[in-house]
Design a protein around this ligand. Structure first.
Ligand code: BGC
Length: 555
């Protein structure tokens, strides 16, 4: 594939392999399943897929706990299955981005096992962050850091001689020990991992926790400015937080992380074909995120500020302006995203009636659960708005079907470590990870050939299944297909945003090239400006645009 800076305008579809398509019927999605469904993604019109981890893993954090960076977990298939899937994607003109998880490995990884066995002061221990405990007998953690998933960020080990010994740092689950990225051996190993997948032909990497790999010297204590829980850690993106946690948290957004990406960029640049790095960096504000995509670093960074913006005209206008300004200041495209495997699906999130901290999830006892009809209307309107914006957009599997968060999962089926580490206080992320429906009548709604599904699927999946929406004029699937077609035909990804007069505080109106976009975030109908309606996220009566609806007009 030739290099054309395709990523500047690409629509990239996130596949969560566990829940996309299951070819062998064991209830867990797999690479052969992904391959079998690629034609439907080509039909949807996406430019690339990003696959969450499918590597060897004990699955304590759904694969974000990697025990071998260069092999496929048998749950998902084999390296040969990966190659076949990638070749099939490329044959359809779809690029393939894989996830890389460099902040931590699984505690099952041979490198960590070697560190445990080699003991105090060994070179093997220096690959991770081991420290002696505090307190008289070293039986207190070395500092006060908390895990993003809840509870302490340190776990004490039993030394080879059977005594209680050092502690290791894990910003996430205790089965996810953090690497010490000041260690040159760690850096060289990961260059090797990049090359392994680049040699296989991947088009890029989504870099997990790209803001966390370097910790402040001396690992000082940290007192968060507000109650936290987001992936950014203590309060990073929570509304109402005054102190800038990025300036203070000793484990997020340390300057040293950028040296790592400059180094990685050199590795990618050795390869032909426009391979990319995309940062998962939950940092705030956007000007700070832009540091990850300076000319000699990564290509894209997820725009979580956009994801976290409520469905309100003023806020949306402001975040769009700030995003375009911040990213273009460093020559990078803005990205846009509304859902992923870590957040409440936007068909539910946009209609929540009470605050919900990112990463906490929603469940039966959540206050302010959404009205599903309002949620779907807003989600369709929000997606139509997002797909009209210049830059690159990320979609999360199932949003093209309008899937809501599943709120009534039985507790016994939950797998997210957040649920266990908070004793059920936070539901966590399982509700957005339920295997998706392809066929109303199939066992497991077409997810696989049997009824097995690693998380139970709700009955409403029948009505939302892809085969119920395919070719049905007003379906969410057809809305996405039309949006992607018009986006491509009108070069919206390459365009710009020119704000136009708005008839109401609840409405945003702008022109991107040949298209005028009108998004009504309120509940009062408005009169549409001139122009043929090219796309509407909901029913439009003549020239009256109802609330929670977005239209694209010919300019
Ligand atoms: C991933 C999560 C994962 C965490 C730890 C993230 O930000 O997106 O799903 O639990 O990193 O790897």
């Amino acid at each position: 594939m030739t290099g054309t800076e395709w990523w500047r305008t690409a629509v990239i579809y996130q596949i969560y392999p566990r829940s996309f398509a299951d070819a062998n019927g064991d209830g867990m999605g797999d690479l052969a399943g992904i391959r079998s469904r690629l034609p439907q993604l080509a039909e949807l019109g996406v430019d690339a897929i990003w696959l969450s981890p499918f590597y060897t893993s004990p699955q304590r954090d759904a694969g974000y706990d990697v025990a071998d960076y260069c092999d496929v977990d048998p749950l998902f298939g084999t390296l040969a299955d990966y190659d076949e899937m990638q070749a099939a994607a490329h044959a359809l003109g779809i690029r393939v981005i894989v996830d890389i998880v460099p902040n931590h490995s699984s505690s099952d990884h041979p490198w960590f096992q070697a560190a445990l066995a080699a003991g105090h002061g060994s070179p093997e221990r220096a690959h991770y962050i081991f420290r002696d405990g505090s307190g008289e007998n070293g039986d207190l953690p070395p500092n006060n850091w908390q895990s993003v998933f809840g509870g302490n960020a340190w776990t004490r080990v039993i030394e080879p001689d059977g005594t209680a010994g050092q502690w290791y740092l894990h910003l996430f689950d205790s089965t996810q020990p953090d690497f010490d990225w000041d260690n040159e051996w760690v850096r060289s190993q990961f260059r090797g991992v990049l090359r392994f997948w680049l040699d296989r032909g991947v088009d890029g990497f989504r870099v997990d926790v790209a803001h966390g790999m370097i910790k402040a010297k001396g690992l000082p204590d940290y007192t968060p400015p507000a109650e936290g829980g987001s992936m950014g850690g203590a309060g990073a993106l929570e509304p109402g937080v005054v102190a800038d946690p990025i300036a203070t948290a000793p484990y997020w957004a340390q300057d040293g992380v950028h040296d790592i990406y400059r180094d990685w960029r050199l590795v990618l640049d050795e390869y032909e074909g426009d391979r990319i790095l995309a940062a998962e960096a939950w940092v705030d504000p956007l000007e700070h995120v832009a540091r990850w995509v300076r000319a000699d670093e990564m290509h894209q960074a997820f725009n979580f500020a956009y994801l976290e913006t409520p469905w309100k005209a003023d806020d949306l206008r402001s975040v769009i302006d700030r995003s375009l300004a911040a990213f273009s200041a460093v020559g990078a495209p803005s990205t846009w995203v509304l859902s992923n495997h870590d957040v409440v699906r936007h068909a539910s999130r946009l209609a929540l009636t009470a605050d919900n901290l990112q990463g906490h999830g929603i469940g039966p006892n959540t206050v302010g659960l959404p009205d599903t009809v309002v949620g779907l209307r807003r989600a369709r309107a929000a997606s139509a708005l997002m797909l009209s914006l210049p830059g690159s957009s990320y979609l999360y599997q199932g949003e093209e079907l309008g899937l809501p968060e599943v709120v009534d999962l039985p507790d016994a089926s939950r797998e997210d470590p957040t649920w266990f580490r908070t004793n059920g206080e936070r539901y966590g992320r399982d509700g957005c990870r339920v295997p998706i429906p392809w066929e109303a009548d199939g066992p497991s709604y077409g997810f696989g050939p049997t009824a097995a599904s690693w998380l139970p699927q709700p009955g409403m999946w029948a009505g939302l299944a892809r085969d119920q929406q395919d070719g049905v004029a007003d379906s969410t699937l057809e809305l996405y297909k039309l949006a992607l077609t018009l986006r491509r035909e009108n070069f919206l990804g390459l365009g710009s945003v020119e704000w136009l007069d708005s008839p109401s505080d609840d409405v945003i109106v702008f022109r991107n090239g040949n298209v005028v976009v009108v998004a009504n975030t309120g509940d009062q109908p408005i009169e549409l400006p001139a122009g043929d309606i090219l796309l509407a996220s909901g029913a439009v009566d003549g020239r009256t645009l109802p609330g929670d609806t977005t239209v694209w007009l010919s300019a």
